[in-house]
Write a protein that binds this ligand. Structure first.
Ligand code: ATP
Ligand code: MG
Length: 497
């Protein structure tokens, strides 16, 4: 058995009335990738952030390298070689990549009163080169980069401090294919150097492949730990949710869609990514769109909702031109952004306010009056049907776990009578139970004659749910496939790369 790097013992954490962790104990050995898995709100981020010095435990003890461990801040932990890639976006947009990497450590480059930015940039660029990252440069402003690149910055930032323990909290779902490959290289490197990783993800296949050991949390309680030889998807899921789940969550019908076109992109060109792009969405259709991170699919979603400006061509829905989110909402179009914290949520507003905003209010306005009693009932229904884990609907959204925030965004649009939904990575960070519920909802919407554009980085999801799949590369469609029995991930990947 190899040396123990960190041990947490009988950790408790309360947030007011919410008990986030109850008596949690486990240890991570050197040279291991240790997985933490559990439903949304089960306590994964909380326990990780306690180890990484972001917040203290209510009670319990920790030991790191054989000594008691009571970090006072994230910087403290970093200096002691514990680094964490947090679930939520951790980069600051209006400063450079280099400044993000060395945030809090500017004194390294301080000369008198000034920070030598050129030296800082050089050091950051050297690090990027060493890790073979060519996607962006150290001098670029972080805000100009996409989500995947910003996540990569966070990984690099952690690696600079040569962590003995690297905590990766729900990072893979923010990455697409290339980013994930980079992350897996990092995991391998950590192991080879006899260092350890605490890895969190909702992707069960990924967890089983990359983790040497898996611990399951449920409602803040440690349910059990499995060795690699004991992995079995059904068993892990059962431990997570406390009951058996059916194996296949996707739809298994071959139901057609109608001929009527409800949303159309007519030779649209955007500032970046798309050049004379055509697309048609039909009534009752689930149109899947897949590709690598820069293929243009996220831009397409934004353009269809009127967030990204179309500089040539037109987006048309029901005869009307869609050139702003307001126009889109007026045509009963809903949009779930991949970048939920920045684009889809009011973080300092309450859960109820978020759910009842935009879609719901506008629909009620169509009918003339807003009934607050009805609104409250609607909010309750959404919290119930999406099983949003919260202490109450009047708590702020930023007290929710990552996956539960995502559910709030979905709740905002789903039952608000949107006729067309544009979903960009809607199941990102959502646990299996809720995923199954979401897929069921999507199918029900289709059956009710509503239409969905499903932009996703998960091929199995695209194949499992779509009536038709478009694969994009460099802003163009490279393959179009109808729903058939034999459609394989392999076939689609070939058109992405
Ligand atoms: N600052 C906070 N204030 C109040 N409650 C909180 C706070 N942070 C976390 N919680 C609660 O603690 C519980 C555990 O949350 P945590 O973020 O650890 O879950 P998680 O397992 O990481 O979930 P996910 O998979 O959705 O990211 C949740 O019920 C959450 O609402
Ligand atoms: Mg979390």
């Amino acid at each position: 058995m190899s040396e123990e790097l960190i041990r947490v013992e009988k950790i408790h954490k309360n947030f007011g009335v919410t008990v986030a962790l109850k008596d949690v104990s486990f240890a991570v050995e050197r040279g291991y990738v240790y997985g933490l898995i559990g439903e949304n709100g089960s306590g994964k981020s909380t326990v990780s952030s306690i180890i990484a010095g972001m917040q203290p435990a209510t009670s319990g003890k920790m030991y790191y390298k054989g000594q008691e461990w009571a970090p006072v801040s994230m910087l403290h932990a970093q200096e002691k070689h514990i680094g964490m890639i947090v679930q939520e976006a951790g980069t600051i947009p209006n400063i450079s990549v280099a400044e993000n990497i060395f945030l809090g450590h500017e004194k390294l480059f301080q000369k008198g009163l000034f920070v030598n930015k050129a030296a800082m940039e050089k050091a950051a660029q050297a690090l990027l080169d060493k890790l073979e990252i060519t996607e962006f440069k150290a001098g670029q402003r972080a805000g100009t980069l996409d989500m995947q690149a910003r996540k990569v910055i966070e990984i690099v930032k952690c690696l600079y401090w040569e962590p003995d323990l690297l905590i990766v909290d729900e990072t893979s779902t923010a990455l697409s294919y290339e980013g994930r490959e980079f992350l897996y290289r990092v995991l391998k490197m950590m192991k080879e150097q006899n260092r350890s990783v605490l890895f969190i993800s909702h992707d069960l296949d990924e967890m089983m492949e990359h983790c040497d050991r898996l611990t399951v949390l449920r409602d803040g309680v440690l349910i059990g730990t499995l060795e690699k030889s004991e992995y079995e998807p059904g068993r892990i899921r059962q431990m997570m949710v406390g009951r058996e789940l059916q194996g296949n969550y996707y739809r298994n019908d071959m139901d057609p869609y109608e001929e009527e076109v409800v949303l159309e992109a007519q030779c649209i060109t955007t500032m970046k990514d798309l050049l004379c792009f055509d697309m048609q969405l039909h009534k009752g259709e689930i149109l899947g769109i897949g590709g690598l991170s820069h293929c243009g699919m996220h831009t397409l979603g934004r353009a269809l909702f009127g967030v990204d400006k179309v500089i040539d061509g037109e987006v048309i829905a029901g005869g009307a031109k869609i050139n702003s989110p307001k126009a889109a909402i007026a045509r009963r179009i809903g949009y779930v952004s991949k970048n939920r914290d920045q684009e889809s949520l009011g973080l300092s507003a309450t859960i109820a306010e978020n759910i009842a905003s935009t879609g719901y209010r506008i629909n009620e306005l169509f009918r003339g009056i807003i009934s607050f009693k009805k609104e409250a009932k609607y909010v309750d229904e959404q919290i119930e049907s999406l099983s949003i884990k919260c202490a109450g609907k009047n708590y702020k959204v930023n007290t929710l776990s990552g996956g539960n925030k995502q559910k709030v965004v979905i709740g905002k649009w789903l039952a608000s009578d949107s006729q067309i939904l544009i979903l960009d990575c809607p199941t990102r960070g959502i646990d299996v139970g809720v995923k199954a519920a979401m897929y069921k909802l999507m199918y029900e919407m289709k059956k009710a004659g509503k239409s969905i554009v499903l932009i996703s980085e998960e091929l199995s999801e695209l194949i499992g749910m779509s009536d038709r799949v478009l694969i994009m590369k460099d802003g163009k469609v490279t393959a179009e496939r109808l729903r058939t029995e034999g459609l394989s991930e392999h076939d689609l990947i070939n058109y992405m790369i």
